[in-house]
Design a protein around this ligand. Structure first.
Ligand code: MLT
Ligand code: MN
Ligand code: ZN
Length: 298
């Protein structure tokens, strides 16, 4: 299995258009070591010829442009076989609008997420005469690219921000937020870009995995208020923090995962830069994702 991190940042990207936090300021400075990072998406392939995309970010046009493996090989063509959406968040669906232009591909997602797309007529630009829209049930095997067995599974997470009405249920576990399990030969990999908490069943699923891409939105639960950028906690946004009690660093460290890569990293997150937070993640043997990161699992 070959993976390409197309976008490592959370919703908003790095820098975020309206943010003047220290990370965003640095990311706008060409002389800084901190390079801009695009919004949440991962590509997978077995043969380097046909690719599956996990989530379609608002930055997809730029991501495809800078990834030669995803360029057309002829007149009106794409190596993209399928797009799998893991929830209805803007950073994971808005890129679908860029994939119009009467191009055939398969769009996988749960019935709940497909209903979010169907309820908004703008997504009708994905002409059903070309785009094969396939609802996938939890735990059902499907094939993002030929030969790759994948399953989607429930991950704790709330409804998309734009569907919130009052205080959302932060304990939802069902079809609104999912992770993707991929099995090829004796290798097992996971993609979990949004996760509100890690119940025992999910931890057991990830135990011993060869590769896990995991939600690294915030380092501290109170990072937004501490940085003065907002009032919501990570948990209120549907993302368990990396650090602290019940944080992902401690929980995932206990699971004998061979390679753990944080993705969907918010622009406020201090792990973008050298410092104690980044060191803590690296000391656990974990990797901080970045755009263009390539992982080969063979
Ligand atoms: C999230 O991951 O919490 C969402 O992408 C937030 C958003 O839609 O901006
Ligand atoms: Mn997001
Ligand atoms: Zn910022």
């Amino acid at each position: 299995m070959r993976f390409l991190v197309l976008g490592s940042a959370a919703g908003g990207g790095l820098p975020q258009w309206n943010c003047g936090c220290s990370n965003c300021v640095a990311a706008r400075d060409p002389s800084s070591d901190l390079k801009p990072q695009t919004q949440s998406s991962l590509a997978v392939s077995l043969d380097g010829e046909s690719w599956g995309l996990f989530n379609a970010s608002p930055d997809i046009r730029q991501q495809l442009g800078q990834t030669p493996a995803l360029h057309p090989r002829g007149l009106r063509d794409t190596p993209i076989e399928s797009v799998v959406v893991t929830n209805g968040d803007i950073d994971h669906i808005a890129g679908l609008l860029t994939l119009r232009e009467k191009q055939a591909f398969t769009l996988f997602g749960t019935a709940v997420t497909q209903a979010v797309l169907e309820s908004n007529p703008v997504f009708r630009v994905l002409d059903r005469a070309h785009v094969d829209v396939r609802p996938v049930s939890l735990e059902q095997v499907f094939h993002p690219v030929p030969g790759l067995d994948a399953r989607i599974f429930a991950v704790p997470g709330k409804v998309a921000l734009f569907l919130e009405e009052g205080e959302p249920d932060l304990d939802l576990e069902g079809e609104q937020t999912v992770g993707i399990e991929m099995i090829c030969g004796d290798k097992r990999a996971y993609y979990v870009p949004g996760c509100a908490k890690l119940p025992r069943s999910l931890a057991e699923r990830l135990r011993g995995a060869d590769l896990v891409f995991f939600d690294g939105t915030v380092f501290r639960d109170d990072e937004m208020s501490q940085s003065g950028t907002g009032s919501k906690t990570g948990r209120r946004m549907g993302h368990m923090p990396i650090s602290g009690d019940g944080g992902s660093l401690e929980a995932l460290s206990a699971l004998d995962i061979k390679q753990l890569i944080y993705i969907h990293i918010n622009n406020t997150n201090p792990i973008w830069r050298l410092g104690p937070e980044r060191s803590a993640v690296e000391a656990a043997g974990f990797t901080i994702g970045h755009d263009g990161l390539e992982i080969y699992l063979g």
